[in-house]
Ligand binder design. Structure first.
Ligand SMILES: [Zn+2]
Length: 80
């Protein structure tokens, strides 16, 4: 496999934050986050995003598509 490991980690960030991964997958991701600044940033961004959404929604179920909208919004303001 010559796939960019970052792609694999990025695609698993959501289940990782949802604590849906196996211990093996978790340790693989944490290992990568420890060595890759890019993925670490992505992780912190996603974690903060979830925090923000949770706070705004006061524990109510997050409306479908809200996280995605906030993510796009934040991305639009960040580096192009
Ligand atoms: Zn990476």
């Amino acid at each position: 496999m010559s796939l960019d490991p970052c792609l694999g980690v990025e695609s698993q960030l959501q289940p990782y934050l949802d604590r849906q991964l196996t211990p093996g997958e978790v340790s693989m991701i944490e290992q990568h986050l420890g060595t890759c600044a890019y993925c670490r940033e992505r992780y912190h961004f996603e974690a903060k995003l979830r925090d923000t959404v949770k706070t705004v929604c006061c524990g109510d179920p997050v409306p479908e598509g809200l996280v995605e909208r906030v993510r796009l919004h934040c991305r639009g303001q960040g580096a192009a």
